[in-house]
Every structure is written in C-alpha cells, then in structure tokens.
Design a protein around this ligand. Structure first.
Ligand SMILES: Nc1ncnc2c1ncn2[C@@H]1O[C@H](COP(=O)(O)OP(=O)(O)O)[C@@H](O)[C@H]1O
Ligand SMILES: [Mg+2]
Length: 308
C-alpha cells in the first residue's frame, strides 16, 4: 500500500535562487578570457524546481522560501508565478536574493559559482503550522527555508505525507540525518548522499539501510543510470536511465522529486511514479535551467489529469 494519501496540493520548503547561465566551448582555464553565449537568468533552487515541476504537471504547489526585494527576487517570483506556483508564502526580505552563476560546457558539464552576499535575504517569519495543517503532502529541501525536523515529525505522526531531498552539501553542513530519516515518509537522494548516510557502496545495501531508519519509501537517483526505489511493503524497483541529449543537468533531481510526488498525488502506483519521474527528469536535462514547457509536459499532464 502506498503510505501517502492521494492529494493534489504539495507544500514545498526549499531554496530559491536566480541562476545566470552561459554556455562555453570549454570551461575556462585560470587567466583565460573566454567569450561565452549568454543563455539568460533562470529561477532555480531545490525548492523552486520541485514546486515548479509539480505545478506544471497540473498540481497545486505552495512554496515557502525567501527572495530579496531586488530585481533578482522579482524575476524569480515572476517565473514561479508563470509556472503556476503559489508564492504568497515566499518571504520577500530586505537584502539580496541568492544568486548563482553557471558555465555550461559542451557535454552538459558545468562549473558553478555561488554568490555569497553579506545581505542575503533571510526568513523572518514562517506561519508553518496553520498552512500545512490543511495539506497532506509536504516536501522539504533541507536548508535555510526548512521547518525544524521536530515539526516535520509531528506532521508525519498526524498522517501528512512528508518527503525530503537530501544532498551531500547538506551532510557537509551537519544535517541531522537520523531525525530527517525518521521524520520523512519519502526520502530522495543521489548515490553519493546515500553512500555517505549509510557508509555503504552497494545500491541494494543503501536502500535497505535507509529504509530501516524510518522512511516508508526511499528513492535513490543515479544520474544517467536512472533511479531505484525501495518501499517498506517489500517492493524494489529499478528504472534504467533514459537516453537524453543533455545540455544542462542542473535541477534534474529536484524535478525528479516534484514529478514523483505529482504522480503519487494523482494516485499512481510506485512503479508508474518512478517511470514518470525518471522520464521527466531526463527531459529537464535537455533544456537550459530545467525549464520544461507545457508543450514538453502535455502527454504527462494528460496522463495524470490532476487539474480535473
Ligand atoms: N545524463 C542524464 N541522462 C538521463 N537522465 C538523467 C541524466 N542526469 C540526470 N537524469 C535524470 O535525473 C535524475 C536525477 O539526477 P541525479 O544526477 O541523480 O540527481 P541530482 O540532479 O540531484 O544530482 C536521474 O535519476 C535521472 O532520472
Ligand atoms: Mg539533487
């Protein structure tokens, strides 16, 4: 049995950034001056990407995060709203929006600069409880915009589906892994984070070890090799990678989580959720800034029929 009640609303807590992207014939060497193609500014960040994907698939997503009152913040909000994300809980704080600068090489490989600013927009107040109480699916990319893990645990105990996407950088910053694993009904992570959380290299071993620590479902994404899933009911599913002409793999994992949750919210089987999220995540690598259009998503939207 799928341990999450089908729902059409997803509440997301996670980062929002404005990513400036350029394409280069190669990544620059020290001291080199290199002409690049300017690709534009894209709203990214783990929370924003997952919320956008869920919303573009016909669900309703409500995003909690922060942007500054600067031009970058206005651009992010405009792009999120264009994708149908509810931004009324995005904190517009004094200070700068988080920005990144990405240089994409010809094979989709990239180098990224994360722009640190002394006046980075923070999060002044979060009316978490009332809002989340009315929803039954919550997704968190742990970071500055996260609710405390104890709050997530409480939601899970009240039957709200809770999920998190855990990345190595969060482990570097000392994420309280045991708490997150026991507070989440669904855990998404990549191979590297799975290995670090379990101390194991073997994929099946990682799935088993993570499942034993609390979640009902663990999904490990494997880049071009697809994704694998383990569920407490004994299901083990492996979806091979989809051949894609990769131009930019930024945000593929975030879109994967958004798409998986959309399929789950539409009442699909775990097998169908994994297949759909694997296909959609591969598709996001073929466009810049993980910005899929409704044209790309039309067949999936019709299949999920969440807006009916
Ligand atoms: N090169 C690729 N070719 C096809 N699909 C990809 C590729 N890279 C990523 N994906 C898809 O995106 C998902 C997430 O990618 P992954 O690299 O594991 O996570 P992250 O983006 O968080 O680093 C994969 O499980 C797969 O479905
Ligand atoms: Mg990821």
């Amino acid at each position: 049995m799928i341990p999450v009640t089908p729902s059409k609303t997803l509440t997301v807590f996670g980062g929002i950034s404005l990513d400036t992207m350029v394409r280069a014939v190669r990544l620059p060497q020290p001291d080199e001056k290199l002409w690049v193609d300017s690709l534009g500014d894209f709203c990214g960040g783990m929370g924003a990407n997952a919320a956008v994907c869920f919303s573009m698939l016909g669900g309703k997503s409500i995003l909690f995060g922060a942007v500054g009152t600067d031009q970058a913040g206005r651009q992010c909000i405009a792009q999120l709203e264009e994708a149908g994300v509810d931004t009324s809980n995005v904190c517009r704080d004094n200070g700068s929006t988080f920005r990144t600068f990405a240089i994409l090489g010809p094979d989709g490989e990239k180098a990224m600069l994360l722009l640190s600013a002394a006046d980075m927009a923070g999060l002044t107040h979060f009316p978490y409880l009332d809002l989340v109480a009315s929803h039954d699916l919550v997704h968190v990319a742990p970071g500055r915009a996260s609710p405390p893990v104890s709050m997530l645990q409480g939601w899970r105990e009240r039957g709200i589906g809770t999920s998190a996407d855990i990345e190595p950088a969060m482990l570097d910053r000392g994420l309280e892994v045991a708490g997150w694993l026991s507070a989440c009904s669904i855990v998404f992570c990549g191979r590297a984070a799975a290995g670090r959380m379990t101390g194991l290299e073997n994929l099946d071993g990682c799935l088993t070890a993570l499942l034993e620590r609390g979640p009902d479902i663990v999904v490990i994404t494997k880049g071009r090799d697809g994704a694998s899933l383990a569920c407490k009911d004994g299901q083990r599913l492996h979806e091979p990678g989809v051949n894609a002409f990769v131009v930019d793999s930024t945000g593929a994992g975030d879109a994967f989580a958004g798409a998986f949750l959309a399929a789950l919210a539409a009442g699909r089987s775990l097998d169908a959720c994994l297949q759909l999220s694997n296909k959609i995540a591969a598709l996001t690598t073929t466009v810049y800034g993980s910005r899929l259009t409704s044209h790309h998503l039309a067949p999936f939207i019709a299949d999920l029929a969440m807006s009916q």
